[in-house]
Write a protein that binds this ligand. Structure first.
Ligand code: GLC
Ligand code: CA
Length: 559
């Protein structure tokens, strides 16, 4: 096993951590998180074992979509700091062994962006064709909106020129027209700018919408016949500028289409994509205490190039979307984890974090994160997951999970020295308040969730089987159990997870192994000897989990 390969395609076994500078740590006491505050808390992330930070948008914004409506692509939101603060922070992160990527939000600008301000004022504006316009009354497009609570269609009338402009998201987020070569040049320039400042790539926002040309007039669309060619061009550009930069794409589509967004077997489009399908099936599995849906999703993943990678996750910064489940299935997950209407949004998702959904049951929470880190792929955490933060339902919609990071049991959870009413967002109260859930206490407690997360991350990083390897489901008789094997060269790891509350004994056979092999527990002391035919019986507690390295007498793998 060439362990040295793992430093090359670094994203194959990275641990990614998403955070919003605005809610992470306030250093100048104005109630708003800032880049200096983040720099001051990088050591927490390094200690946790994070290898790549993903920064949510930190650019100047009109504040309609929490930063996803940008008014200047070449600057930092002054509330968060300066370009200088960003560069200092990136350097410090790099020193602590962490790369930094950031959101690239170029499907749309804010309607306050100077390009749109100019474009909407006159049909003769040099920026008019940066956006997508139509002169005639649009048909009913209410079925195509992303935010059904706020928008009735994807075209909005602009009185200045008596025309309609396209927007997939809020009306305040007009879509850019990527069939326009000048727009594409700008996108490359934006990427080049941030790469030059030290970013290691991008989380690419809303990729299918970015590439979509429906609505664009036929002439322009004819000049842009293959959107995937454009994605290949972006990836090639990134490669030329950085060598090892990544595009981590948001593509919430069925697997077959995701395969195309990877560039198929060539792997020359998105480097990574979130596995939205497996995430959703995992929640169905958790709701049913039946590993079947999760197992089926993992088995249905398309083959991808060895350079490509799935981003696995339990929770992200948006609603927990369940749009890929059937109506009945979604209803099951709602009933189990978000029965109140105030916990649901857009008829498709939940606005809660995992621990409250699992009624705070520590066994179950740990089992889910053990699962996350043992699934084939690269795990992506959302800030606060490492300590089991809860949500603020009263914040509403997506903001409910974007509350201030809880650092201490003190005032404002140690996020800021400002008065509580000056905070950019209130701190969570109730059973998941900082008094009960915070970094400082958990750092000192070997039995805390934080300590457990560190262990998972260390073992994940030491086990390239998980990020790099082949994946196989192992047959065993219990519906509640997921048993899988990850292999890479001569390395192999068996993981077993019990989604149910009952203790179980799991008989299984490790293919290609026999009496010369042992299983060594990686998360605790323990192990098991395999029989001649590779069979073994593994005990699992209710909501239990085990990671077991397959070793031989002369094995030299780390134990
Ligand atoms: C993505 C982001 C989401 C944002 C939307 C529009 O889905 O994850 O937060 O609202 O794009 O930019
Ligand atoms: Ca501040």
């Amino acid at each position: 096993m060439r362990i040295t390969d793992t430093s090359d395609l670094w994203w194959k076994n990275a641990v990614v951590y998403c955070l919003d500078v605005e809610t992470f740590m306030d250093w100048n006491s104005d109630g708003i998180g800032d880049l200096e505050g983040l720099a001051q808390r990088l050591d927490h992330l390094a200690d946790l074992g994070i290898t790549c930070l993903w920064l949510m948008p930190f650019y100047p914004t009109a504040g309609r979509d929490d930063g996803y409506d940008i008014t200047d692509y070449y600057a930092v939101d002054p509330r968060l700091g300066t370009l200088g603060d960003l560069v200092e922070m990136i350097r410090t992160a790099n020193d602590r062994g962490m790369r930094v990527i950031a959101d690239l939000v170029v499907n749309h600008t804010s309607d306050q962006h100077p390009w749109f301000q100019s474009a909407k004022a006159s049909k003769d504006s040099p920026y008019r064709d940066f956006y997508v316009w139509r002169e005639d009354q649009p048909p009913d497009t209410s079925g195509q909106v992303v935010f059904p609570d706020a928008e009735e269609g994807i075209w909005t009338h602009s009185p200045e020129t008596d025309a309609w402009y396209l927007h997939r998201f809020y009306a305040e987020q007009p879509d850019l027209d990527v069939t326009n070569p000048r727009v594409r040049d700008e996108i490359a320039k934006i990427m080049g700018f941030w790469l030059q400042l030290g970013l290691a790539g991008f989380r690419v926002d809303a990729v299918p919408f970015l590439l979509e040309t429906a609505g664009v007039d036929e002439d322009s669309a004819a000049h842009f016949p293959d959107p995937h060619e454009y994605l290949r061009a972006l990836r090639a550009f990134l490669g030329r500028r950085t060598g090892s930069g990544v595009l981590l794409g948001e593509v919430n589509l069925p697997f077959e289409q995701q395969a195309e967004f990877f560039g198929g077997q060539d792997g020359d489009e998105l480097t990574m994509q979130f596995d939205f399908n497996t995430m959703q099936q995992m929640y169905l599995s958790l709701a049913r205490c039946d590993a079947g849906p999760l197992a089926a999703s993992l088995a249905a993943r398309p083959e991808i190039s060895p350079d490509s990678q799935w981003g696995t996750f339990v929770r992200n910064h948006d609603e927990l979307t369940l749009d890929k489940l059937g109506d009945d299935e979604r209803a099951e997950v709602f009933a189990a984890f978000g029965p109140e209407e105030e916990m649901q949004v857009y008829d498709r998702g939940l606005i809660r974090r995992l621990p409250p959904m699992l009624a705070g049951d520590p066994r179950r929470v740990r089992m889910v994160y053990s699962l996350l880190f043992s699934l084939p792929g690269t795990p992506v955490l959302f800030y606060g997951e490492e300590i089991g933060m809860g949500e603020d339902l009263s914040a509403g919609s997506r903001l409910s999970v974007r509350t201030p990071m809880q650092r201490t049991s003190g005032a404002n959870g140690g996020f800021s020295d400002a008065a509580a009413e000056e905070l950019t967002r209130p701190v969570v109260d109730g059973g998941f308040a900082p008094e009960f859930v915070n970094v400082a206490d958990q750092r000192r407690d070997p039995d805390s969730l934080l300590s457990f997360m560190k262990l998972l991350i260390r073992r994940y990083r030491e086990s390239p089987e998980l990020g790099w390897g082949g994946f196989q489901l192992l047959e065993q008789p219990h519906a509640a159990v997921l048993a899988h094997l990850c292999t890479w060269d001569d390395g192999a790891l068996v993981a077993v997870h019990n989604l149910g509350a009952e203790p179980l004994s799991v008989p299984l056979t490790v293919p290609g192994c026999g009496a010369g092999h042992r299983l060594e527990d990686l998360l605790t002391a323990g192990g098991a000897q395999l029989a001649d035919d590779g069979s073994v019986e593994l005990a699992l507690e209710g909501y239990g989990y085990r990671w077991l390295r397959v070793v031989t007498e002369d094995s030299r793998r780390i134990l």
